[in-house]
Design a protein around this ligand. Structure first.
Ligand SMILES: [Zn+2]
Length: 244
């Protein structure tokens, strides 16, 4: 038996066992007929399923799976400063999350930015928050998949942007690799802006200088990352790679 509940007016609701009533159809007085609200189904269930799909795709890249704060190599005061900033951010993530405090990790290749970003993601996950690490190119690819009518993606453009905004901590890597088009810059802004409006923290990892990050992302996106006490951590030492 259907659990549908009729309203004497012009709306027909169905009951989701988890989220309560959702609008199934609306009466069109002009044509004297009921019209289904599309997409059909509980919108909250759809949102949950889409977020789950997004999170399953990338949690922490396998090559960074063992990255933690206690195995980050500290040989200079600068490295200690970077480690402390990242540790503080992770341990106070509840407040950071509530205020939407963003973080920019920037500096030379091979200085441990990804290591510390993954350490943050791991700690944040232990606190029960969702986190997602992916490159800007992957994020754009994910958004573009919604444009393709033949794609398997069940989401619309707006929905995928909203799902990116649902993740508690989104970490965008490789900020500074060449954009293919202005459209990609707009997509990146959409993600950063949606998270800004939802007061969700975004982390950026880049090899660029701050002035170059501004050129790359655009001033508006960069300003959103630096608002509310956004934290900039510089990794201005030589590469670790090949000597650990
Ligand atoms: Zn539901």
């Amino acid at each position: 038996m259907s659990s549908s509940t009729s309203n004497p007016e012009d709306k027909d609701y169905e009951e989701c066992p988890t989220h309560g009533p959702w609008l199934r159809s609306i009466f069109d007085p002009q044509h004297q007929q009921w019209c289904s609200v599309v997409p059909i189904g509980c919108p909250a269930c759809r949102r949950d399923a889409q977020l789950k799909t997004l999170l399953q795709r990338t949690a922490i890249p396998p090559r960074f799976a063992n990255c933690a704060f206690d195995n980050f190599k500290v040989e200079s005061p600068q490295q200690q400063t970077a480690l402390d900033a990242c540790k503080d951010y992770a341990s106070s993530f509840e407040q950071m999350h509530a205020k939407g405090v963003c973080m920019v990790l920037r500096g030379n290749v091979g200085t441990g930015k990804n290591h510390l970003a993954c350490a943050i993601a791991r700690q944040v996950s232990k606190q029960g928050y969702s986190s997602l690490i992916l490159t800007i190119a992957e994020a754009i690819q994910r958004i573009r998949a919604t444009w393709d009518r033949d794609s398997e993606s069940p989401e619309t453009h707006t929905e995928i942007i909203e799902r990116f905004a649902d993740v508690n901590l989104l970490i965008l890597d490789e900020v500074g690799r060449q954009y293919g088009s202005e459209a990609e810059r707009i997509n990146t802004f959409e993600v950063i802006n949606a998270r800004y409006l939802a007061m969700r923290p975004t982390m950026i990892i880049s090899n660029l200088l701050p002035t170059e990050i501004i050129l790359f992302l655009g001033r508006a996106a960069y300003d959103r990352l630096r608002e509310n006490g956004g934290i900039l951590v510089n990794f201005d030492w030589e590469s670790h790679r090949g000597r650990c």
